[in-house]
Design a protein around this ligand. Sequence first.
Ligand code: C2E
Ligand code: MG
Ligand code: MG
Ligand code: MG
Length: 281
Amino acid sequence: NRIDLEGDAIHFFSESAQIDLDERLTVEAQLRRALERGELRMVYQPKVALASGRIVGFEALLRWQNAELGEVSPVRFIPLAERTGLIVPIGAWVLHETCRQLARWNAGGARLRVAVNLSPRQFDQKDLVPMMQRCIEETGVDAGCLEFEITETALMSREVEVDALLHAIRALGVELSIDDFGTGYSSLAALKRFPVQRLKIDRAFIRDLGRDEDSAAIVRSIVNLARNLKLAVVAEGVETEEQLAILRGLACDDYQGFLFSRPVEADVVPALIEANRAVLA
Ligand code: C2E
Ligand code: MG
Ligand code: MG
Ligand code: MG
């Protein structure tokens, strides 16, 4: 009986593994064509100053709408794009599209800021920095309005090699943020050495603010760490007024989250900024 059960379990497992594999191959085949078919687009989520309530910038987030698969979450397709190397052309498209959009928004003299996520797989791209440089020149975007977000895990897993690359990227005049901060294992020495301007506190700690005292203590430590290193600090994933109140008490600089706004389509951004101005005026 036990043997039968085990046999069944093994059979069941391999069947679902096969389905997983089929699904993965389908998604991969579709993703390979996503760029040429124009299925990718960027959406933008505002970052807001805690003290003033003013929109201080946006994070550009990739979306993939596929006829067969529907809207696929980046949580699913970014890791696949990284595994297959597709992240290199996709990442180049993301940067170009975002710069083009940013240049258009700022054409009238505005100084909107936008952050783009960078994958560690893009670090291996030989011409990453020249590609960024070309993108900035071709779109005419002000490099000072552009920022790159790199996860703490990505940075710390390749601490030594990444240092020179970060300095080269920073030399373009853009700013750098450490994304999902608090989930990796940063050495203080690395944090001090890396040419970054901002820490983004991982959503997991913000989610538990007000529910669990450890999270509040962690958030407080990160804010203090940022202060001492003269870095700005942003809280991601703020969903409730209670979380916002706690963050205000901790003197966090900026926040981002569904409470203020979900990521929006590019054509909604000007109206969002207008509405924000009107409320503050
Ligand atoms: P991330 O860079 O940490 O981006 C923040 C994610 O949190 C976004 O998910 C955003 O929609 C979500 N978020 C923002 N506020 C809230 C909130 O209040 N509650 C909740 N539950 N979620 C919130 P999204 O757009 O699904 O992206 C997931 C991840 O995929 C990103 O995490 C980033 O690691 C990756 N990603 C997205 N776009 C790109 C891209 O263009 N390039 C690369 N390399 N990675 C990207
Ligand atoms: Mg990010
Ligand atoms: Mg993040
Ligand atoms: Mg994240």
